[in-house]
Design a protein around this ligand. Sequence first.
Ligand code: ZN
Ligand code: ZN
Length: 439
Amino acid sequence: MLMRYCCLILITVAAVLAGAQAPYTPPAYLQVLAGKAPLRMLVASRQTMLAWKGEAAVTVVNGLDNKVALAMKAGETLGIARGADGVTSLRKDGANLCAAPKIVRLESKGAIKLWTPTPDVWAVYPAPVLITTLPDGTFSAAAELPLEEYLRDVLPAEVLPSFHPQMMRAQAIVARTYALCKLGRHADEGADVCADVHCQAYGPASRRSKSTEEAVTVTKGLILLHRNKLAEPYYSSCCGGITDDAGYVWGPEYARPYLEGVLDSARNKNPDDVSIAELLGMKDGYCKASSSYRWERRYTAAEVNTLVAKNLPIVTGDPQVKMTVVSDIRVEERTPRGRVSTLRVEGGGASILVFGDQARWLFGSGVPGGDGLWSALFDITITRDAAGKAASYLIRGGGRGHGIGLCQWGAEGRARAGQTFRQILHAYYPGTRLSDEKP
Ligand SMILES: [Zn+2]
Ligand SMILES: [Zn+2]
């Protein structure tokens, strides 16, 4: 009896310890690649409550001990929330049913419909779905799915239906390898990757087409390797004619031999020897079919003054920085592939440096995205009045996105020019090999 009692205490202590740890340790990538372990895709993040129902019957399982907590009929709704007393409960029609396990696994033969309060929507995911109570009392949900199933709904979100089959195959291999590189990226929420552009866009299933399905099937299990390790295949929409060096754009910790930047054109020229004027004048980039291959922005001096006054404190991270009248903006330094890495902004006797992609956000809302410049591959021309004061600014640029690794529109251009998915991948990630190619 005493023995059994001691065991109970030990088990309780073990459970408490397990609860105190990070909720999730990701599996080894080879396990996921072989389909022996699922990928956990975050579908709801840090919600105050969640609700769900199944298209078929749902079994609610305690994810820590795999014991069945509840059985639900098809269409029946259940929720999870934390009460004012701090106790997390499973709820039906707003009333508490029982205390909720720390990790809840929803198992079913059909799909699970999951409701989140923010945004207030129901969305459908394949079962099983895991719900994790986080240390701050909020809830995250992750769909568990085989890697190849996940890719069926990632690929259509990353390509256009009109894209060439060889481009889609290259993209499928990149998406597969990228997901494996990012296993456990959302471990603090009990998941591997999210379903958004932060990791990779996903779904809806209605976007699947014959060609996206074929691209995933034909490349099944194929990944990109560098010296027998997973390559990190970053990619972006359109490079504007030249991809860049990850070490220069994001910092030395991202430097990889296969992410040093290549000329995205058939011309046989060393990318080190191409000036920014030559680049922006280059009309034959493989990504030239993209509507963002070349772009222009025009600003009056007053518009630039307003943008700088508002955004300079944000992009420099220094709230004390004040500049209301700009006298000059010039590119101080570029990456070896031509992207702006340092911008100098002058006015009112001050001279301020803006680094990396912050130069893009300076012309938007100060933070990534929004109305910022589409890429850091740009040049600035200032027109001055008779007194030498800046009157207007013309920014000419190329491409959209960070420009590291595969260029999606360039991959499409290469495929149309007759390149295979293997040639496309070797072009953007020089020195890598596919997992079925000899080292
Ligand atoms: Zn993510
Ligand atoms: Zn390109």
